[in-house]
Design a protein around this ligand. Structure first.
Ligand SMILES: CCCCCCC/C=C/C(=O)SCCNC(=O)CCNC(=O)[C@H](O)C(C)(C)COP(=O)(O)OP(=O)(O)OC[C@H]1O[C@@H](n2cnc3c(N)ncnc32)[C@H](O)[C@@H]1OP(=O)(O)O
Ligand SMILES: NC(=O)C1=CN([C@@H]2O[C@H](COP(=O)(O)OP(=O)(O)OC[C@H]3O[C@@H](n4cnc5c(N)ncnc54)[C@H](OP(=O)(O)O)[C@@H]3O)[C@@H](O)[C@H]2O)C=CC1
Length: 261
């Protein structure tokens, strides 16, 4: 992104969960181009290693860890490893997420819990493992959580996702208050629908629905991974130094459509 100064994140370590695909991949490539040491972590090795190679081919620095954000012991092991290998973390982006479409009455309790565990518990475990070290070391840091606009209103066919993202919003504000005194900032970005490999496979399989949703967006198009990059980089940078506990909706006005028309 040319609007950001070259080398903006030189000397900084940026940890992105789910950095192998979709929004996380776009974030990893952008932070890599801005000079950060990029650390990406998710379950599958294939997508992660592709992103590491792309960043390195472009002259950047990156490394990867496989982990499931639901696995408390593995989260602790990976974060400890990052501190040993690259000296710590300056920016944590909690981007790993899961979702599928199902009417609430048909959703199994295990399906509901699975999405809560990945999105909400995973965000908590990652933030705790990194935040604990920042507090112990008196080190400043910035967390950006990838929430969603479905946190703020009804989330039909995604009861689990809406509840998890609402939880992430509250967790963002709680940690912002608990950790603000030590210079740790915690913010969230709330994208509207984004076309990614993960969402196309699981959510946007119905072409008529896709068209209807897109037509309802005041700015006339879906949110893109590039849009998310702009706001996350801003929040993580010096320009966002006085923002904490902020929940930034990024949806071209989609959530307001019923108020406009
Ligand atoms: C206007 C709208 C605004 C837009 C807001 C959109 C907000 C968020 C969007 C996104 O998050 S898009 C990202 C999509 N990407 C992903 O989901 C990637 C990761 N996803 C996954 O790994 C899986 O899809 C998963 C199901 C979330 C987790 O995989 P895991 O292997 O851990 O679970 P499973 O063992 O497969 O399943 C657990 C449980 O869930 C039930 N289930 C899974 N898929 C479905 C489905 N399509 N329909 C109904 N139920 C499903 C599955 O059956 C298991 O339950 P039980 O059968 O054991 O009871
Ligand atoms: N697409 C959309 O419409 C919207 C997406 N969002 C949010 O943006 C984020 C990224 O989604 P998007 O890029 O669309 O989807 P993707 O499916 O492309 O990305 C999700 C990533 O999360 C990783 N992941 C999933 N479960 C776990 C887990 N248990 N542990 C570690 N990593 C995991 C996946 O990697 P792997 O499978 O290898 O573990 C994958 O790389 C999510 O939080 C999503 O909720 C928010 C609003 C709208």
């Amino acid at each position: 992104m040319n609007v950001f100064q070259a080398g903006l994140f030189e000397g900084k370590v940026v940890l992105i969960t789910g950095g192998g695909t979709g929004i996380g991949r776009a974030l990893a490539l952008a932070f890599g181009e801005l000079g950060a040491m990029v650390v990406i972590a998710a379950r599958r090795e294939g997508p992660l290693s592709g992103v590491v190679k792309t960043i390195e081919d472009r002259g950047g620095r990156a490394c990867m860890y496989t982990l499931d954000v639901r696995d408390e012991a593995r989260v602790e092991e990976v974060v400890r490893g990052i501190w040993q290998d690259v000296g710590g973390v300056d920016v944590l982006v909690n981007n790993a997420g899961g979702n599928f479409m199902s009417p609430a009455v048909a959703m199994s309790a295990h399906g509901f819990r699975t999405v809560l565990d990945i999105n909400l518990v995973g965000t908590f475990l990652m933030s705790q493992a990194v935040g604990r070290r920042w507090l112990d070391e008196g080190r400043e840091g910035s967390i950006v959580n990838i929430s969603a606009t479905n946190a703020e209103y009804g989330s039909p066919l995604m009861a689990h996702s809406g509840a998890s993202k609402a939880g992430i919003n509250n967790l963002t504000q709680t940690l912002a208050v608990e950790w603000g005194g030590t210079g740790v900032r915690v913010n969230a970005v709330l994208p509207g629908p984004v076309r990614t490999e993960g969402s196309d496979e699981r959510l946007w399989t119905d072409a008529a629905l896709v068209e209807r949703v897109e037509e309802g967006i005041p700015l006339g198009r879906f949110t893109t991974p590039r849009d998310v990059v702009g706001v996350v980089v801003f929040l993580a940078s010096e320009a966002g130094a006085f923002l904490t506990g902020s929940l930034i909706a990024l949806d071209g006005g989609e959530r307001l459509r019923s108020l406009i028309f």
